[in-house]
Design a protein around this ligand. Sequence first.
Ligand SMILES: NC(=O)c1ccc[n+]([C@@H]2O[C@H](COP(=O)([O-])OP(=O)(O)OC[C@H]3O[C@@H](n4cnc5c(N)ncnc54)[C@H](O)[C@@H]3O)[C@@H](O)[C@H]2O)c1
Length: 347
Amino acid sequence: MSNQLRIGIIGTGVMGSDHAHNLARGVRGASLAAIADAAVDRADALAAELGGNIATYSDGKEMIASGDVDAVIIAAPDPFHAELTGACLDAGLPVLCEKPLAPTAAEAVDVVAKQEALGRDLLTVGFMRRFDPGYRALKARLAAGADGALLMTHSVHRNVEAYPGQDSSATITNSAVHEIDVLPWLSGHDIIEVEWAAGRASSLIAERHDPQLLLMRDDAGVLHTVELQVHARYGYDVRCELVCETASVELPSVPALVEADEVIVSKDLARSAAYPADWRPRFAAAYRAELAAWVEASLAGRLPEGAATARDALRTTVVAETLVRSMNAGGARLGVPSLDDVMSGKA
Ligand SMILES: NC(=O)c1ccc[n+]([C@@H]2O[C@H](COP(=O)([O-])OP(=O)(O)OC[C@H]3O[C@@H](n4cnc5c(N)ncnc54)[C@H](O)[C@@H]3O)[C@@H](O)[C@H]2O)c1
């Protein structure tokens, strides 16, 4: 591999386009060489918009096998992640797969087994909150230990509008996976027990129960509450509070304001702040930092420090799957199977 990584992107929807624009704005050591989308006119339109010499494909696997790319970003929908990631591993290419690694543990296990059989690490999963300055500050503060032990965490994850055509389980396997990944990363402890709950549902969305409440207990006994509302209408809103022995530590309430150069206005007997419409402005710094770290690490033949590995992503999928089982069992409290049991087929 030269000192310039030729990157191919699969999927040119919201996330694929975002990664492509970030690359086009300039990431040291990387250039966008190819784009694939099952709707090839989308790939063609994005390539034309970005300009330069970008090959387009209707089939991601063809792009992977083309020899045109040294590394691949997968931003196709969740059900295609495992197959496309497997193809990258077979071709020996570093791959940044958007979250989740797979919607089910069975699919994720096959990819993890393939990665581990390779003997060199090629797979990073795009849980970008690990690169968000706010979450990083929380982790650093927790690690410093000045607030005593972590006792509990409370997270809120609200979207303006639900993706159409998805059911209640997608709230967990597609949205809550961010918290399921980032909370153990913050605390350093695995989630071992989960419970799903829901009360009155919004009348504004029929396809899924919204909002939902997840309770997760880790192996240090810390209880994590996560409220998910995927059709909250008012704005994209992510919150996280760490309850420690001598302090409560929170993410800034609307951190997107910092990047967007907005202010909080108190006027006419009201106080107001703008919310982003989706995750892109809120986590813009995280996406850029994740991409830069992945490019640098791929050129050096390693994984980016602190990013989600294949096993991290498998654990997240296993916890999510256990929460879906809890939901289907009317909110039963369930133990999370160990990764060894999952990998050996015992669980
Ligand atoms: N990290 C994050 O914060 C974040 C945020 C949103 C979405 N995501 C993830 O990114 C992925 C893409 O989400 P999105 O919102 O961009 O979706 P999207 O629906 O906007 O775009 C998906 C694109 O993939 C194309 N496509 C579909 N099947 C394909 C295939 N087999 N091969 C190649 N292209 C295919 C579609 O034509 C479409 O252009 C999902 O897995 C999602 O979970 C991550």
